[in-house]
Design a protein around this ligand. Structure first.
Ligand code: ZN
Length: 415
């Protein structure tokens, strides 16, 4: 077997490709607006496909518009080693979220071509459709349909704000493929991504070795009291939902602190009815988002949340209701894939940290049907979903080198 330990990706070429892709949908503030299934998304896809064909890959497109660029292996019978991410962005998105994972995969192919290295298993670079969920909700629907989380018809019927459907727009841009959007055997799947959080930068680590993704539960908490006049009604006779809410919030923040450092409790939205300055509200509806990477801990947080809400409602004379909006179970990545990343980081000598992802990624769904793991690199100030999103070329290069060697390990079953 050829010694592949010395091969490296070309950091300058990776950076140049990122900057060229960023021209498509470039915003005034240096970001990107290339939302799913727009004309700009088509341009981005076309550019990616051209680059992959130039690199000798064959292209297939499935019913969801997911693109697979395949570099053949010596043994075409072997399941492929896949990497990929997404090309769509938020309306005020950045140049790296998702795009980096796709173009790092392309750079792996280019680097292996340059070095004349063949792998035993085929390699594939995937572009998953509509990861962001900005134009069509829900997020990660391309990988989600592929992995069996959503039905194809459900996905096709999703509509944007103008009423245009996913299925029509996919056909319009010419990416409604014929290949069934279904999993097939894969040896491994990797995704390299900017961290989208501040931890690696703060700790001055170049690579995040991911062991999993936080589980998350979304709820609507409703508290109902009695509306009354803000002036004549004495405080002690009120049934004011806010009087219950502040106690609940206090206890939930304490709960998150007790389950630190990875527990999260977020209250991102609140609706007040009737919503009048001089009336004690009748009703509050609060969006609650609880997260933890350990499913058992998340389940215990779920239980505590219900107990806290029930007890406080009782004490404060309120009615309460908790509606489950969405659940995404915690993901533990495949041990052999995590080990391939860990070993590659060690071989390459990069500073690193073992961590979990706080954000959803296509890998969450992929991991349900294939051995999967992820690699993170730092991004400036942890900023993402923002036009100012930025990352250091040397970190992007390091992450792509880790990806290269992790893929080589899985494609040759040794290095
Ligand atoms: Zn992303």
């Amino acid at each position: 077997m050829t010694d592949t330990s010395q091969v490296r990706i070309n950091g300058q070429r990776l950076w140049d490709s990122l900057m060229e892709m960023a021209q498509i949908g470039a915003t005034d503030k240096g970001g990107c607006n290339r939302q799913a299934l727009t004309d700009l998304d088509k341009q981005g896809r076309d550019l990616f496909v051209k680059w992959c064909e130039d690199a000798g890959c064959s292209i297939s497109v499935d019913e969801m518009g997911n693109i697979f660029a395949r570099r053949p292996g010596n043994n075409p019978e072997l399941p492929a080693v896949l990497t990929g991410s997404h090309l769509d962005t938020q309306p005020t998105g950045g140049k790296f979220d998702g795009v980096y994972g796709v173009l790092a995969g392309l750079e792996v192919v280019r680097a292996l071509n340059d070095a004349g290295i063949e792998t035993e298993a085929p390699l594939e670079v995937a572009v998953w459709t509509n990861e962001e969920g900005a134009r069509f909700s829900p997020a990660m629907i391309g990988s989600g349909v592929w992995a069996g989380e959503f039905d194809l018809d459900y996905a096709y019927a999703r509509a944007d704000k103008e009423g245009k459907t996913f299925g029509d727009e996919l056909a319009r841009i010419g990416y409604k493929g014929k290949v069934p959007a279904k999993p097939r055997p894969l040896a491994a799947a990797f995704e390299v991504h900017i961290e989208q959080g501040p931890i690696l930068e703060a700790e001055q680590k170049q690579i995040g070795v991911l062991s999993g993704v936080q589980g998350m539960n979304w709820y609507d908490l409703t508290l109902i009291g009695q509306p009354c006049h803000a002036g004549p009604s004495p405080m002690e006779i009120r049934r004011d939902p806010f009087m219950g809410l502040h106690k609940i919030l206090d206890q939930l923040y304490k709960l998150a602190a007790e389950q630190g450092p990875w527990a999260r409790a977020t209250f991102g939205d609140i609706r007040v009815e009737p919503g009048s300055r001089n009336t004690v509200p009748e009703k509050l509806v609060l969006a609650v988002d609880l997260r933890h990477p350990d499913q058992q801990v998340l389940d215990s947080m779920d239980q505590r949340f219900r107990e806290i809400a029930a007890t406080v409602a009782e004490e404060t004379g309120l009615e309460h209701d908790i509606r489950d909006e969405w659940r995404s179970p915690a993901v533990a990545f495949d041990k052999s894939c995590v080990e391939a990343v860990r070993a590659s980081v060690a071989d390459l000598g990069y500073s690193n940290k073992e961590m979990v992802s706080g954000a959803g990624h296509d890998s969450v769904y992929i991991s349900r049907v294939a051995p999967t793991s992820m690699i993170f690199v730092p991004c400036e100030k942890g900023l993402s979903h923002n036009e100012a999103e930025n990352a250091e070329p040397k970190d992007l290069e390091a992450g792509a080198n880790v990806l290269l060697h992790a893929m080589l390990k899985m494609a040759n079953n040794a290095e």
